[in-house]
Design a protein around this ligand. Structure first.
Ligand SMILES: NC(=O)c1ccc[n+]([C@@H]2O[C@H](COP(=O)([O-])OP(=O)(O)OC[C@H]3O[C@@H](n4cnc5c(N)ncnc54)[C@H](OP(=O)(O)O)[C@@H]3O)[C@@H](O)[C@H]2O)c1
Length: 332
């Protein structure tokens, strides 16, 4: 079966793509530049092998451009939406780089393309079902969608989720906690500060609880979701790592894994937001007030989330934080 993955060259979508390929699936990787994508995914042994075997192909498309999506969704068994706008979480509305544009509208555009190619369901939204042979739709959402509604990222993802749930396709939504791994942007950026600075600066008190999630676990879960459609159908999963730590604890463990000792410098959020209010007018838009909220939010799963995953996929376990960090940070 061929699976369309949007965001296949990204951090999360890249892990999903690698694991799907490793499990024997074929992936049509959506990208805005097939040349860059070939270099990126082909740099990995799994990608290189899949390219040779013809199981990894590319489609140039853009989730914000509906006309580019018909060919992308045509003939696939599933669509996995894991695209994120360049520079996230720093939005840039003037360039269309927002959660609403890529998360919500991008998802709706993909659903619209599926409707055009496979024919819209005829009944009302609850009973409606696409004909057999239509693709499943899987979406990488965020854990905070469950608990908070006002922030732009939660609003956009909630509306994307609602569109998916009402689409008439077989759907699966995974709400992930903060993901970390070799190629992540967020944790690596923070840790890079410790290359130059004698401290690690973060916004807020750092006491927000997290279930940091090893990105390879996301990839492994998507293989199970793809391999077991009956267990995944029409379900929203919350996915987090097994450890519950504060942001401070997460960063201290990462530093310790690297063999570094750095105090964490807490910049009050209100000062961060003033910085963001100024920085959003600078070239490159390095920070916005909303981004300060994004990087200092709580991100934990509930006991019900853990139980649901354990019931559906008893064979699935998530990686202990120390083990996940040690698998790549020691070698930096
Ligand atoms: N990272 C986390 O901690 C985390 C946690 C929970 C949930 N999530 C969710 O997982 C998803 C992926 O996040 P990520 O961290 O992997 O982001 P990322 O690495 O920044 O993703 C970038 C990917 O999105 C693609 N992309 C960007 N704009 C696009 C567009 N207009 N049309 C098509 N593709 C586009 C890029 O493709 P090209 O550049 O090749 O075109 C690239 O493959 C997001 O929905 C995010 O909210 C992430």
């Amino acid at each position: 079966m061929t699976i369309l993955v949007s965001g296949a060259t990204g951090f999360v979508g890249g892990a999903i793509t690698r694991h799907l390929l490793d499990a024997g699936f074929s992936v049509r990787a959506m990208t805005r530049s097939a040349e860059r994508a070939t270099a990126k995914l082909g740099a990995h042994e799994i990608g290189r092998r899949a390219l040779v075997e013809g199981r990894l192909t590319f489609v140039e498309a853009d989730v914000t451009k509906p006309a580019s999506l018909g060919g992308a969704v045509d003939g696939v068994g599933a669509v996995i939406q894991a695209a994120q706008f360049d520079g996230a979480p720093v939005e840039d509305p003037a360039r269309g780089l927002t959660y609403m544009e890529v998360d919500r509208n991008g998802t709706m555009n993909l659903l619209g393309a599926v409707a055009q190619v496979y024919g819209r369901p005829t009944a009302g939204p609850v009973m409606a079902r696409y004909p057999d042979g239509s693709p499943r739709f899987l979406y990488m959402s965020g854990i905070s969608v469950a608990t908070r509604g006002q922030e732009p990222w939660n609003r956009a993802k909630w509306q994307a989720e609602e569109a998916i749930r009402g689409s008439g396709l077989d759907w699966t939504i995974v709400r992930g906690c903060w993901a970390y791994g070799r190629d992540d942007a967020a944790l690596n950026r923070l840790l890079h500060y410790s290359d130059k600075l004698p401290f690690l600066p973060i916004f807020g008190r750092g006491d927000e609880l997290q279930n940091p999630l090893f990105v390879e676990d996301i990839g492994r879960l998507f293989v199970l979701l793809m391999s077991n459609p009956d267990k995944a159908r029409d379900t929203t999963f919350g996915l987090g790592g097994p450890d519950t730590v504060t942001l401070n604890g997460f960063l201290r463990l990462a530093l310790e894994t690297m063999g570094r000792r750095r105090p964490i410098l807490h910049i009050p959020k209100r000062i961060g937001k003033v910085q963001g209010a100024i920085a959003q007018h600078l070239p490159g838009r390095p920070l916005t007030p909303d981004a300060v909220d994004f990087v200092s939010q709580v991100g934990v799963v509930t006991e019900a989330d853990r139980q649901l995953l354990a019931e559906r996929f008893p064979e699935f376990t998530t990686t202990a934080l120390r083990e996940g960090l040690e698998s790549y940070l020691r070698r930096r």
